[in-house]
Design a protein around this ligand. Structure first.
Ligand code: PLP
Length: 370
């Protein structure tokens, strides 16, 4: 692959902090975890941060901690990574999908109210590709109907909506640190919240349901091993120290793409709401139709350029179709966006030469396709 789809940004500082952990002999539940959590809470401006081993486990713990279970419904988006919906199924509750806004690709707040029933317990919006959903509108609906809000901010660390940071609106927010994310811990996730009870419960759940009295082998509830190790936490600290640099570099790459792809016939570039400040996670272009998208994808791959449809709709995943009987046509905006979008190489280390190579290839291939 000449130009990969993504890649982590690791410096000597990351290596130094990880080596310190190896030298310290304390590889789990130590000072790095506490420091990482404190720094993350301060960064997002929330009282508590609870680190864990993935974004998925963070979401799962919140569903359990909010007491959402069998027969309960959670309103969410079908245009996301499968994790934001699976976390609801883990607790035998039901994801109720609401179609997206055609511009931002985020859940359409105007469609939420009509999907609320007496079983609805929460709304789980996803800040798709690093652009925050309309959180004021979502919080309004939640308040009107007395629902909890879990913000899946896994793709949006450092993004803002109307001057307020993603992850700081809902009852809780979640971040994820898989290597393709804006910052990484290898594998890892984080819950942020201002609610002391929710925070304490999640701390217990990630550590086998241990009681808050700190007694090591006293398990007061059913929990999991969702802990984040010290090496990952150290990596997280170093990445968070550099977060402005990481986000800034990604914004530069995005600006370059926006400029160089502005005049390609048939390419629709990301549309950013004026109220949103992006934290660029991926760079996703939209083609006029699925045929063009598939053609372009094949041709770019043949030239060693990483690219991928992003996202396939959750409701049309084989497991969801089998289990719930969803069909093509159920969520039309999601399906039409899904069929026509393509993620192209995007990470902080992308060079000017690589960006130029990708943009030239897109220009040329689509000229042939016209
Ligand atoms: C990355 C991501 C997650 C969490 O993924 P993990 O691999 O479990 O860390 C959740 N939701 C969305 C939308 C994501 O992009």
């Amino acid at each position: 692959m000449k130009v990969p789809l993504s890649g982590p940004d690791i410096t000597e500082r990351e290596k130094q902090l990880v080596l310190e952990v190896l030298d310290s002999g304390q590889l789990s539940l130590g000072s790095k975890l506490e420091a990482f959590e404190a720094k993350m809470a301060a960064y997002v401006g929330r009282r508590y941060a609870i680190a864990c081993n993935s974004g998925t486990s963070a979401l799962h713990m919140l569903i359990r901690a909010m007491g959402i279970g069998e027969e309960d419904e959670v309103i969410t988006t079908p245009f996301s990574f499968v994790s934001s919906s699976n976390c609801i199924l883990y607790e035998r509750a039901r994801p109720v999908f609401v179609d997206i806004d055609e511009q931002s690709f985020n859940i359409n707040p105007e469609l939420i109210a009509k999907h609320i029933t007496e079983r609805t317990k929460a709304i789980l919006p996803v800040h798709v590709f690093g652009q925050p959903a309309n959180m004021e509108a979502i919080m309004d609906v939640a308040q009107t109907y007395g629902l909890r809000v879990i913000e899946d901010a896994c793709e949006a660390i450092g993004a803002f909506w109307n001057g307020k940071m993603a992850g700081s609106f809902g009852d809780a927010g979640v971040f994820a640190f898989y290597p393709n994310k804006q910052m990484t811990t290898g594998e890892g996730g984080m819950i942020v919240t201002d609610d002391p009870e929710l925070a304490a419960l999640c701390r217990s759940l990630r550590n086998q349901g241990r009681g808050e009295d700190g007694l090591w082998l006293s398990h007061v509830r059913l929990g999991w091993n969702y802990r984040l190790d010290e090496l990952s936490a150290a990596l997280g600290i170093a990445q968070l120290e550099r977060i402005e640099q990481l986000l800034g570099r990604r914004a530069e790459v995005a600006a370059r793409y926006l400029e160089k792809l502005a005049d390609v016939p048939g390419v629709i570039l990301p549309v950013i709401d004026p109220r949103a400040e992006m934290s660029w996670f991926v760079f996703v272009i939209r083609l006029q139709n699925s045929l063009r998208r598939d053609f372009l994808m094949e041709r770019l791959l043949a030239q060693g350029i990483g690219c991928r449809p992003y996202f396939p709709p959750i409701h049309l995943q084989p497991f969801y179709q089998q289990q719930f009987g969803y069909q093509q046509g159920d969520f039309q905006v999601t399906e039409s966006v899904s069929a026509s979008t393509l993620a192209i190489p995007f990470f902080s280390g992308l060079t000017e030469a690589q960006i130029d190579y990708v943009c030239r290839a897109i220009h040329q291939e689509l000229a042939v396709c016209l």
